[in-house]
Design a binder for this molecule. Structure first.
Ligand code: FPP
Length: 239
């Protein structure tokens, strides 16, 4: 992986606790979370990030109280509408990953419009995961794979094609103090560096992103292999 396609993924956790700690409704935490996202998107290219994937609404989030789900859907629609011109001006391409068939029509319309308007932008790719479940993506690809005539045809590369747009993640950041993946980009995170921070998402700053990228993105990743330059081959083992 070269720096030219550095992929950072973020689980934006802690909005609710941030709000509760301030005596505010949870919705205020999500609103501040949306503002934090705007800051981070603006700062990402200067941090060397080319692809930024953020977890905005997991498929398990449908289990939240209906009013909170409604608030999040409205906030997502508002964000897409409001940020499209800023993204266009800043060269940010917006794409949405996840299911669309359970989203309100009005949100799907905003998604289509945002993707259409920004599709030629190439400075940063902002992927927003909405109604997303990595396990469901893997399950759908597996279902598609059963149509292959011969199981031997199913190589890792072929399976990745069936998964759709996969981008290996270099750095996965989770805010809010929890240390788990919560069904996010499980395939793509196979060799990601994991960064967990106690900072609540609304408090996350561009400096935190810069720090994570500096610390983790350029670590040597061996993908299971042992690096062994020719001069350190220990021939006494061979004698
Ligand atoms: C997790 O915090 C956050 C979410 C479930 C939603 C993420 C949404 C945003 C950051 C704002 C909107 C996003 C966009 C793209 C406009 P939580 O509510 O689980 O917090 P808690 O763990 O403190 O309860």
């Amino acid at each position: 992986m070269t720096q030219s396609n550095l992929h950072v993924a973020i689980i934006m956790d802690g909005n609710g606790r941030w709000a509760t700690a301030r005596g505010l409704p949870r919705a205020a935490g999500h609103q501040s979370g949306a503002e934090a996202l705007r800051r981070i998107v603006e700062a990402a290219p200067a941090c060397g990030v080319d692809i930024l994937t953020v977890y905005a609404f997991s498929s398990d989030n449908w289990k939240r109280p209906p009013l909170e789900v409604e608030t999040l859907m409205a906030l997502l629609a508002w964000y897409l509408e409001n940020e499209t011109s800023r993204c266009l001006a800043n060269g940010v391409r917006m794409t949405i990953i996840g299911r669309r068939d359970r989203l309100p029509d009005s949100l799907v319309e905003r998604i289509d419009a945002a993707e259409r308007a920004t599709r030629a932008c190439a400075r940063l790719e902002l992927r927003i995961a909405i109604d997303y479940s990595a396990r469901d993506e893997i399950l759908s690809a597996s279902r598609r794979a059963t149509h292959l005539a011969d199981a031997e045809q199913l190589t890792r590369q072929r399976f990745e094609e069936l998964l759709g747009e996969t981008r290996p993640v270099d750095v996965l950041i989770r805010t809010g103090g929890e240390q788990r993946l919560s069904d996010f980009l499980l395939w793509e995170c196979a060799y990601a560096e994991l960064v967990f921070t106690n900072r609540m998402w609304p408090d996350f700053q561009p400096a935190d992103l810069a720090h994570a990228v500096r610390e983790f993105a350029h670590r040597e990743r061996r993908y299971g292999a042992v690096p062994q330059p020719p001069e350190v081959v220990h021939d006494h083992w061979l004698r």
